[in-house]
Design a protein around this ligand. Structure first.
Ligand code: SAH
Length: 249
């Protein structure tokens, strides 16, 4: 059974878009995942198939109607247990741990907003999670959906060349990844860090760990303090189990 992406959108032709190429495209062709779009316009009202209306309370822009979204959600066939996700800057930030949870399930149903967004009631009533891909505002949810899907699809079994490349990378252990270098060893007057040419695997691992820590501390104080907290807790736990081990002897 393949992993199934179901996308509710006013622009179905945007999919699979860039995910039809490269690794994701090959996996799509090979049936590892499937990408089904469902046009919200089908459920629009009246001669013009209107999907939106003006906001109660006034203000700029238009809001996608709850009844239109509900009709679309009822019309699709998504696998049992697939989370429903509305992409919105008001959502909880998407993290690698969410991506890996989605990738381990049967698939996802993604609702792409346009205009000012979607009537809040249908999100509540139909158990639709709200997820943001970052602190900036896009013109529509489609590019955000492509980001979420790209992150999920590369984790599906058999999509990436080596399973290792998914384990040892940014965020997987709470740190950003160390820097990479390849040939030539000397370029534009810059030499590759010597330790990487040493063949000393322990020294290389230690250097990479230190780099990952320094870069995270500098660039992402939020990740760094979470990582320090976790390390402290782990050390405390190890200390406790060490003590009980000694008293047990
Ligand atoms: N008025 C909204 C922004 C609407 S942008 C607000 O201020 O919160 C139009 C649509 O683009 C949204 O409904 C959403 O589906 C999508 N979108 C914009 N920015 C996004 C982000 N950072 N993450 C996920 N989706 C986003």
């Amino acid at each position: 059974m393949s992993w199934q992406a179901t996308i509710l959108t006013l622009f179905p032709e945007m999919f699979p878009g860039p995910l039809g190429l490269s690794l994701a495209g090959r996996a799509l062709g090979g049936g590892v995942w499937s990408c089904q779009t469902h046009d919200l316009r089908q459920h629009g009202l009246g001669r013009h198939r209107a999907v939106d209306d003006t906001p109660f309370g006034g203000g700029a822009g238009m809001v996608i109607r709850a009844d239109v979204v509900d009709a679309a959600v009822s019309a699709i066939q998504a696998p049992e247990g697939a989370p429903r996700v509305f992409l919105t800057p008001r959502g909880r930030p998407l993290r690698q741990q969410d991506v890996s949870r989605y990738a381990q399930g049967p698939g996802v149903v993604l609702l792409c907003g346009r205009f000012e967004g979607v009537d809040e009631r249908v999100l509540e009533a139909r158990g639709i999670e709200q997820v943001s891909i970052g602190d900036y505002v896009l013109s529509g949810g489609e590019t955000a959906a492509l980001v979420l899907l790209d992150a999920c699809v590369r984790l599906l079994p058999g999509v990436m060349g080596s399973d290792e490349s998914g384990v040892e990378e940014s965020f997987s252990d709470g740190l950003l990844e160390y820097p990479h270098y390849t040939r030539p060893a000397s370029w534009d007057g810059r030499d590759v860090p010597e330790v990487l040419l040493s063949g000393n695997h322990a020294a290389i691992a230690a250097w990479r760990q230190k780099q990952a820590e320094e870069i995270t501390r500098e660039r992402r104080p939020d990740l760094w303090s979470a990582w320090l907290d976790r390390r402290e807790r782990n050390e405390a736990a190890a200390g406790r189990s060490g003590q009980s081990g000694r008293t047990g002897v």
